[in-house]
Design a binder for this molecule. Structure first.
Ligand SMILES: [Zn+2]
Ligand SMILES: [Zn+2]
Length: 186
């Protein structure tokens, strides 16, 4: 049922094998199948993750929706919910982990570590239906990534995306020098 080779490569990308990774792994497999698409080379696929936890790495690795390409949107809502859309026609599928799906009464007495272990084992054999609520939804898609001009910060001299620069005395200043992030050393 699970492509062990693909799973191994996903684990190698993430660094360890945890239940969270499997949540994203199986959600991504479902989405690619439902949408009838392969891993996105460019931005033809868009993913929205409602968590910033481990599963996001599986989503990035399997679907090609990544932070860097701008076709992975992180909504830090603390929910194990992943939505995926095709740009060609806007079709979007939402894959939501069912609350408590991987937990069993007998786990009650176990330690956290053992409980996670059990969840991980179960998640490899449970059916898609038992694990997730999968439905087609409609939601506006973010626009494709845009290329912004870079300007020179008048304080540090480093380049900064024009859209991120501030103006101080009419001169462009990067967020760092503007004091938005932290105070620069020296
Ligand atoms: Zn993890
Ligand atoms: Zn600067």
């Amino acid at each position: 049922m699970i492509d062990q080779d693909l799973l191994e490569r996903t684990i190698a990308f993430h660094g360890h094998f945890c239940p969270g990774l499997l949540i994203g792994y199986r959600a991504a497999v479902i989405a690619l199948r439902e949408l009838g698409v392969k891993r996105a080379v460019d931005e033809e696929l868009v993913a929205i993750a409602e968590t910033d936890a481990c599963g996001v790495d599986a989503v990035q690795f399997l679907t090609g929706c990544t932070i860097g390409k701008g076709n992975l949107i992180l909504r830090d809502w603390g929910k194990q919910v992943f939505s995926f859309a095709r740009r060609s026609d806007g079709r979007m599928v939402r894959v939501a982990l069912r609350h408590g799906a991987t937990f069993r009464e007998e786990d009650q007495s176990l330690s956290d570590v053992e409980r996670r272990q059990r969840a991980r084992d179960r998640m490899q054999t449970m059916s898609d239906e038992d694990l997730y609520d999968v439905r087609w939804v409609e939601a506006p898609l973010p626009g494709p990534a845009r290329l912004f001009a870079s300007v020179r910060c008048s304080q540090c001299g480093e380049g900064v995306m024009e859209a991120r620069a501030h103006l101080r005395d009419g001169q462009p200043v990067c967020p760092e020098c503007y004091g938005e992030v932290y105070t620069r050393r020296g």
